[in-house]
Design a binder for this molecule. Structure first.
Ligand SMILES: Nc1ncnc2c1ncn2[C@@H]1O[C@H](COP(=O)(O)OP(=O)(O)OP(=O)(O)O)[C@@H](O)[C@H]1O
Length: 276
């Protein structure tokens, strides 16, 4: 069985990996070198965060994993949880759910129809689709809001709808691009806890992009710190604590120690950047 060396130096068989990027670079048509070379391996069921300065290529990396664009060089592999690693690009939506920073809901229709959209596009029969939408809404705590319109929801609720829409196709891999950045801190903490509970119960692989050291340490099993553009791996820090995590972890010495360690690893990525 073939194996790859992960950024933390661990040999991992390809079939145990949900995502593998090897020597991946991305240069846009404008000449901007956004990424790489980047080597990253994410195990099936793992929760990792990508952390790095603005413009270092975090969103670019997510888009390449999602198949929403091709790398300039290198190999992106994405594997279903129940299948072998597939070489090449994956089709958008195939085994992957994407949550963006903006909830991007259709304002003219209900929460139910917003969440149903990916199933409509996949031509899933109506009865099955509606059952799956109800289950997805219940999983994010919005069972009673199926008939509501986006304008009637708070920012946190809109983000829950966006998460339900990503989950409704039952993807193996969830890609999340700064999903909670615009929310107030208490709402963000709640969504962090609910996301962790979903991750534990659903067993998905999560790649989570954030600017927040605190959020990355709280949520992830591994924090992958990126350099300034073109983004490469600066550090790969495993967060080990008693699971499931909760408020005891957030207020523990271990948590603040990890936050200090991740901040120190991040500091060189900001060297030379204006703080204005
Ligand atoms: N479609 C595009 N065409 C040209 N340049 C792009 C494109 N998308 C991103 N870039 C550039 O590539 C670099 C990396 O962008 P990207 O959005 O991946 O970074 P990021 O780390 O996610 O940034 P942020 O944290 O600010 O969201 C930036 O300089 C950006 O301007």
């Amino acid at each position: 069985m073939s194996s790859v060396k992960t950024s933390s130096g661990v040999e991992a068989s390809l079939t145990a990996l949900a995502v593998s990027l090897r020597g991946v670079t991305k240069t846009y048509d404008t000449g901007v070198m956004a990424l790489g070379p980047l080597d990253l391996a994410v195990r099936k069921g793992e929760f990792i965060s990508l952390l790095g300065p603005s413009g270092c290529g975090k969103s670019t990396a997510l888009r390449l994993i999602a198949g929403l664009g091709a790398p300039s060089s290198g190999i992106v592999r994405v594997s279903r949880h129940d299948g072998e690693a597939q070489p090449g690009r994956v089709q958008p939506g195939h085994g992957i759910g994407f949550v963006f920073q903006e909830p991007t809901l259709m304002p003219w229709t209900s929460v139910r129809e917003n969440v149903r959209l990916p199933l409509r596009l996949a031509r899933v029969p109506k009865a099955e689709a509606l059952a799956r939408v109800d289950a997805a809404l219940a999983s994010v705590g919005l069972a009673d809001f199926a008939e509501a319109f986006p304008r009637e929801l708070s920012g946190g609720m809109k983000m829950r709808v966006s998460l339900a829409r990503a989950l409704v196709t039952d993807p193996d891999i969830l890609l999340m691009d700064e999903p909670f950045a615009a929310l107030d801190e208490i709402t963000r903490f709640r969504l962090n806890n609910d996301l962790l509970a979903l991750w534990r119960s659903l067993g998905k692989t999560v790649v989570f992009v954030t600017h927040s050291v605190f959020e990355s340490v709280y949520l992830s099993q591994r924090v992958v710190v990126m350099t300034a553009r073109p983004g490469r791996i600066q550090a790969d820090i495993r967060i080990e604590t008693v699971e499931p995590r909760g408020e005891e972890f957030r207020t523990s010495t271990a948590y603040s120690d990890y936050c200090r360690r991740v901040s120190a690893a991040l500091a060189p990525s900001y060297a030379g950047q204006s703080t204005l």
